[in-house]
Design a protein around this ligand. Structure first.
Ligand SMILES: NC(=O)c1ccc[n+]([C@@H]2O[C@H](COP(=O)([O-])OP(=O)(O)OC[C@H]3O[C@@H](n4cnc5c(N)ncnc54)[C@H](OP(=O)(O)O)[C@@H]3O)[C@@H](O)[C@H]2O)c1
Length: 161
């Protein structure tokens, strides 16, 4: 795949785009099988570990191409500029997710993409993922304890291994 380098970027900045963009695109459109939905049927997606380059790309594509309501988690202020850029809401991963979602009038989320994994993230994801929702995890490898926590998502109807 060959594309022109966007103007205004350094070679280093441009070199970071292809792999991360393709990863974000594969998560959304291959793994989650998303496509554009009209605003009247807008669904929500929460991206965990959105403070990196994949999260930044995923946020843009989810909001602008798939028309999702995008909620990102970012724990470090220096990463907020990535996570915030294009996201509808940013929540702090170490605080209570349900409380933070309630404040933005979101009860449960339809999709969760986890770009970083921790036992705490997995437990909290099971709590906020809607029935028939989909969880996509790309961080590897999982520890034995993390695999056990992943099992908590099985109570959600749509869990796929
Ligand atoms: N970069 C690529 O081109 C590429 C390509 C293919 C796959 N991937 C995969 O995609 C994922 C994201 O990659 P990335 O380069 O965008 O971002 P990254 O720099 O690996 O991390 C993204 C965010 O994940 C959180 N995080 C990182 N390590 C963590 C840990 N040990 N525990 C809890 N949270 C942690 C941090 O969030 P906070 O700021 O909130 O702490 C960080 O900002 C990774 O799993 C990577 O292997 C990346």
């Amino acid at each position: 795949m060959i594309n022109p380098m966007p103007s205004g970027l350094s070679y280093e900045q441009a070199a970071a785009l292809p792999l991360s963009s393709i990863t974000a695109r594969e998560i959304l459109f291959n793994s989650l099988r998303l496509h554009f939905v009209p605003p009247t049927h807008q669904k929500s997606i929460q991206t965990i570990g959105a403070g990196g380059i994949v999260g930044a790309m995923l946020t843009q594509l989810a909001a602008k191409v798939a028309n999702l309501k995008v909620i990102t988690t970012a724990s470090r202020p220096e990463n907020d500029q990535w996570a915030c850029s294009g996201a509808h809401h940013v929540i702090y991963p170490r605080a209570d997710w349900r409380e933070q979602l309630n404040k933005i009038n979101v009860r449960l989320v339809d999709y969760i993409t986890s770009l970083a994994v921790s036992e705490e993230h997995l437990a909290k994801s099971a709590d906020i993922l809607s029935p028939q929702g989909t969880f996509c995890l790309i961080a590897q490898p999982l520890t034995t304890q993390q695999k056990q926590h992943l099992g908590s998502l099985r109570k959600v109807d749509s869990y796929k291994q």
